[in-house]
Design a binder for this molecule. Structure first.
Ligand SMILES: NC(=O)c1ccc[n+]([C@@H]2O[C@H](COP(=O)([O-])OP(=O)(O)OC[C@H]3O[C@@H](n4cnc5c(N)ncnc54)[C@H](O)[C@@H]3O)[C@@H](O)[C@H]2O)c1
Length: 347
């Protein structure tokens, strides 16, 4: 039975390519409303996916839905989420949570006041490797995490479409767009400890060059306002260290997407999933040869969101943890700007 009416704000690539099709697999959900600043795009999405109504005013749409999917550029995440939560509407917001921590806190405050669901689409948490890694780590197999190495590296793949290189609309580049996923996953896997200090650097040298080789379209240096490469050293409250590198355009042999965790009793790599241990006088690495068949991450994410809205689950990606991710990214940008490390205040 369809009990949950969902509205979509931002009928772009990720809404049409991932979320709306995923919601079609959720029995309790019906996507009934869509709105986009570009009304034609909303109309097209409505026709393609058989969505009942196109709105031009967010308040009107909020009056007629139970939950809002926010898939606009990052600048509009926080204002739309706050407006929706204040109207008593649940929110699934695309990543990153917002442009900065101030906005994240406003979103959390609105969620706390309204009692409605607020969750961020950090979908890597729903991948089967990630879920298996979480089970292994939570079982105590690798002990306490010590050093967490994250690589979210693309060789020459700067998005040449959309608004990804517009600082005002997105708040940053490779880190806030791509690195945030692996950062979120690594923090969640290792127990969501608070960040306390961040030292970061950012670069845009490659994208500012003329005639770049880029696999994902053409980049215009004149309108390229963000970083294409970032590196950071992050201290966590539990004593662990995160070493992060992320890029859209690195000079490396091939793309690399990994999280590697060294713990007190063993180590674990994600993508591919592998356990590294020293036991009975030998060093051994365990490759995972089978994992339970699970649905695609986007369908799991959509089903989980519906379950949260209906009161059967609590969000896997809770907004307090998403705030940590945003506070690290904000500190990387600040650290890169001022050329020294940034202390993150305890609250
Ligand atoms: N989870 C992921 O892996 C993933 C991948 C890509 C994008 N995203 C995120 O999804 C969001 C959208 O990305 P996209 O690739 O779909 O971009 P897009 O440019 O294809 O779509 C964005 C849409 O929002 C509309 N829009 C802009 N301002 C608006 C406003 N104020 N109100 C309503 N609509 C507005 C645009 O007209 C456009 O149709 C971004 O936050 C991005 O970071 C996430």
């Amino acid at each position: 039975m369809k009990t949950l009416k969902i509205g979509v704000l931002g009928a772009g690539e990720i809404a049409k390519g991932r979320h709306i099709p995923a919601f079609r697999h959720v029995e309790e959900v019906s996507v009934t409303a869509v709105m986009d600043i570009n009304e034609e795009r909303a109309q097209e999405a409505a026709e393609k996916f058989d969505i009942e109504r196109v709105y031009t005013d967010l308040n009107d749409m909020l009056e007629n839905i139970d939950a809002l999917l926010i898939t606009t550029p990052n600048k509009y995440h926080a204002p739309a989420a706050v407006q929706a939560l204040n109207a008593g509407v649940h929110v699934l917001c695309e990543k990153p949570m917002a442009l900065n921590t101030k906005e994240c806190k406003e979103m959390i405050e609105a969620a706390e006041k309204s009692g409605k669901v607020l969750t961020i689409a950090y979908h890597y948490r729903f991948m089967k490797e990630a879920r298996a890694a979480k089970r292994i780590i939570d079982s105590g197999e690798i002990g306490e995490p010590l050093v967490i190495r994250i690589k979210a590296m693309r060789r020459r793949k700067v998005p040449g479409w959309g608004v990804f290189t517009n600082r005002g609309l997105q708040g940053g580049g490779a880190l806030i767009d791509y690195g945030c996923h692996l950062l979120d996953l690594a923090l969640w896997l290792t127990g969501s400890s608070k960040p306390t200090e961040v030292s970061g650097t950012t670069y845009n040298n490659l994208s500012m060059q003329k005639d770049q080789v880029n696999e994902w379209g053409t980049i215009n240096p004149a309108t390229f306002e963000v970083e294409d490469h970032a590196a950071a050293f992050i201290r966590l409250e539990n004593g662990a260290t995160v070493i992060l590198e992320t890029s859209w355009a690195a000079n490396i042999p091939e793309d690399e997407e990994t999280i590697s965790i060294s713990g007190t009793k063993g180590g674990l790599d994600v993508f591919p999933l592998r356990l590294n241990k020293a036991e009975n006088g030998v060093l051994l690495n365990t490759d995972i040869t089978w994992m339970p068949e699970e649905e695609p991450f986007e369908i799991l994410q959509a089903k989980h969101f519906a379950a949260c809205c209906l009161g059967f689950a609590v969000p896997l990606a809770n907004p307090y943890e998403s705030l940590y991710v945003s506070s690290i990214m904000e500190s990387v940008y600040e650290s890169a700007k001022v050329g020294r490390s940034i202390q993150i205040k305890r609250e």
